[in-house]
Design a binder for this molecule. Structure first.
Ligand code: SPV
Ligand code: MG
Length: 432
């Protein structure tokens, strides 16, 4: 009987290196190719320029390919168990690096029934590397980048976002990957928080940084990363200004803006009612949203209205009334905020909102109600989870400790173990 062969592909640029390995694999037997779904590709490599269906068509048309099926995790386990191929074929580039555990799992699974892993030398041609670099360059471009949050929302039930406030924190959000249970996890997008942007500049979070300063931060992040950006626009300021600023944000390639329904001197929401803060009227805020929506030039950008009723203890009914009014006025997303540790009020809002509105993306910022997992949020209809300040809150205490250690010891030796080695710091910055 003819032997069976399995390979997996994530690429959206087919070159001679790929067709060569496919040819060799097909010589071993009947070849099935598992095409990684968009969600998996985006979770470990980069956002695919060609969507899954297109990539399937490309692979199907290559000589030697008998059949194409989806591979829905980076792990091969599901497809190997289903197909029990005689051979799994891969380039030898996964012997080291983050794919190593995936490879080890493949070997274990094959050993269970006597299958074999066949590895061909990976072709390191400069022109292939250049091709991949060019695809990546593409992802930096504003028109391509802007749309990506909407694409992600269509691709996966929950989008995971972490705050970034400069180039290096942007790179941490962009690059950090963990491999767990055959699955890779990364952050999908970045939050440019008013709190963290202000804190990084040593200023209070009271809408003190002007739009130029805020956009300078965004520009710095955009220069070195490709993931979509959600911009915290505080109250959006005067409607007469907001209509200009929202266009600028859209033109720069930001993917979404969140505006909160407060007015006057804005204070950080986590102060709640401990400081005086005023909520805008539904009418005024709806007018701001409608004007902002009308000013947009594309259909790619999300205008997310943030409801402060629970923060300001105005009650659930007020929060819900506002949510529906804001969507009617043109908001294309809703963020509900709370500073309670107990997530009950957030859950209640999500349930009641979803009963009437199953589609509008729902955003939460679980700084206080941080015991809730992403899976629980997903079950309750949340689409975007923003970890809004965690790189700021982790970095600065570490710096204070190092500063204190140097002062106490009159030298830096003791502080060294708290510091990343210089060699590692250098690897944080990707080489061009
Ligand atoms: C921010 O990160 O600046 C926010 C979220 O607006 S919060 O700090 O919780 O108000
Ligand atoms: Mg803010």
């Amino acid at each position: 009987m003819k032997k069976t062969v399995y390979m997996s592909f994530s690429t959206d640029v087919i070159h001679g290196g790929h067709t060569e390995i496919i040819k060799k694999a097909a010589e071993l037997g009947e070849l099935t190719i598992g095409v990684l779904t968009d969600e998996v590709v985006a979770s470990y490599r980069r956002f695919p320029i060609l969507k899954y269906d297109e990539r399937v068509k490309l692979i199907e048309s290559i000589k030697g390919v008998k059949r194409v099926i989806p591979q829905t995790t980076l792990s091969y386990a599901e497809n190997i168990r289903k197909l029990k191929p005689d051979y799994v074929v891969h380039g030898d580039d996964w012997v080291t690096g983050f794919q190593r555990p995936i490879r080890e799992e493949v070997i274990e699974l094959l050993n269970e029934y006597g299958g074999k892993l066949v590895e061909f030398p990976y072709s390191h041609l400069e022109e292939y590397d250049a091709l991949e670099r060019r695809q990546r360059e593409h992802l930096f471009m504003p028109d391509i980048r802007r749309r990506r949050l909407k694409d992600l929302l269509a691709m996966k039930p929950l989008v995971r976002v972490l705050e970034a406030h400069n180039g290096i924190t942007g790179l941490i959000v962009e690059e950090t990957t963990v491999v767990q249970d055959g699955e890779t996890r990364q952050f999908d997008a970045m939050w440019v928080s008013s709190l963290c942007d202000s804190t990084a500049k040593g200023k209070p979070d009271i809408e003190l940084l002007d739009i130029s300063a805020r956009l300078q931060t965004v520009d710095e992040i955009m220069d070195v990363t490709t993931k979509p950006i959600i911009f915290d626009a505080d109250t959006g300021g005067l409607t007469e200004h907001f209509v200009y600023n929202i266009r600028t944000l859209e033109r720069m390639g930001i993917s979404a803006v969140i505006v909160e329904d407060k007015t006057g001197l804005k204070r950080n929401s986590l102060f709640g009612t401990e400081v005086s803060q005023t909520q805008d009227s539904i009418e005024n805020f709806c007018a701001k949203l409608s004007a902002g929506k009308a000013a947009l030039r594309t259909n790619d950008f999300l205008l997310i209205a943030r409801i402060e009723s629970l923060i300001l203890e105005k009650g659930m009914e007020d929060a819900l009334e506002r949510a529906f009014a804001y969507v009617d006025a043109g908001a294309t997303g809703i963020m509900i905020h709370s500073r309670k540790k107990d997530p009950a009020e957030i859950f209640e809002f999500c349930e009641k909102f979803r009963r009437k509105d199953p589609a509008t993306p729902l955003v939460v910022v679980p700084t206080s109600f941080n015991s809730v997992t992403e899976e629980e949020f997903e079950k309750r209809g949340v689409n975007i989870v923003i970890y809004a300040n965690h790189l700021t809150r982790s970095a600065f205490p570490a710096m204070q400790n190092v500063a204190k250690s140097i002062l106490k010891n009159h030298r830096a030796k003791e502080a060294d173990e708290m510091c990343m080695p210089i060699k590692e710091i250098l690897t944080l910055i990707p080489e061009e």
